[in-house]
Design a protein around this ligand. Sequence first.
Ligand code: NAP
Length: 244
Amino acid sequence: MTSEQTTAARSDLTGRVVLIAGATGGLGRVTSRLFKQAGARLVLVARTHDRLEDLAASLGTPESECLLHAADLRRPAQVRALIVRVVQCFGRIDVVLNLVGSWAPGKSTTTSDERWREQLETNLFAPFHVVREAVPHMPEGGVIINVGNAEPVEGKGGQLAYAVAKGGIHTLTRSLALELKPRGIRVNAIMPRNIDTPGNRALQPHADPADWPKPEEVAEVLLYLASPRSAVITRALIPVSART
Ligand SMILES: NC(=O)c1ccc[n+]([C@@H]2O[C@H](COP(=O)([O-])OP(=O)(O)OC[C@H]3O[C@@H](n4cnc5c(N)ncnc54)[C@H](OP(=O)(O)O)[C@@H]3O)[C@@H](O)[C@H]2O)c1
């Protein structure tokens, strides 16, 4: 059995429609590959179409099993158009992986309105827009997974807007889980600290990434949370920072 077959055997996502918001990022690329191996039908979303095409080519997924859609998820009209297209193509959305995000530093005295708005729009509004449009098309057994942050809600200091946005993600996750429980839709969030992505290595050239979780390890947690193997888990904020 190849490693791809082993992954598929352990998972149960064959035919499930999985929307990955932020699919071309450091975590998104690896996650897209793992979910493809698990048999999912992928909807890959980010703003830059070239990077989506590059990702799809690297996955070697047939067009019937993979939809590429470039959209700025901060813009509600673009999110609506995305979801209309997904429903036209696949008829439903089983799993939403909200991996969209960005990071910027800034203290109370140095955070401009522009930065405050960008951080909240990308880290909080964008995942919310996706959820708002996707939920009506999610059947019982659906799953939403958000990405918060392992730092306390107060953050580390020096990343105020980001910390506020990720604190919002934690609350969004828990409130949404309650709201959607009667419909049998589970909502959880993972909380990384540093993931060993190209972006993080570039941002922290002097840090030692030895203890940072690999994106493959984090993607395994996402796969578990997306699969029926975690059917009893909802409203959980799960740190993925055991070594840091
Ligand atoms: N890496 C870490 O150590 C770490 C730690 C804690 C939490 N997280 C969270 O984990 C998630 C994934 O992180 P990552 O390291 O993979 O991030 P990343 O490499 O920066 O990737 C971000 C992804 O989101 C897309 N994106 C950004 N803004 C967008 C927008 N307005 N509309 C649509 N797509 C947009 C990007 O593509 P385009 O630019 O082409 O749109 C890219 O695909 C994020 O929520 C991040 O905050 C990461």
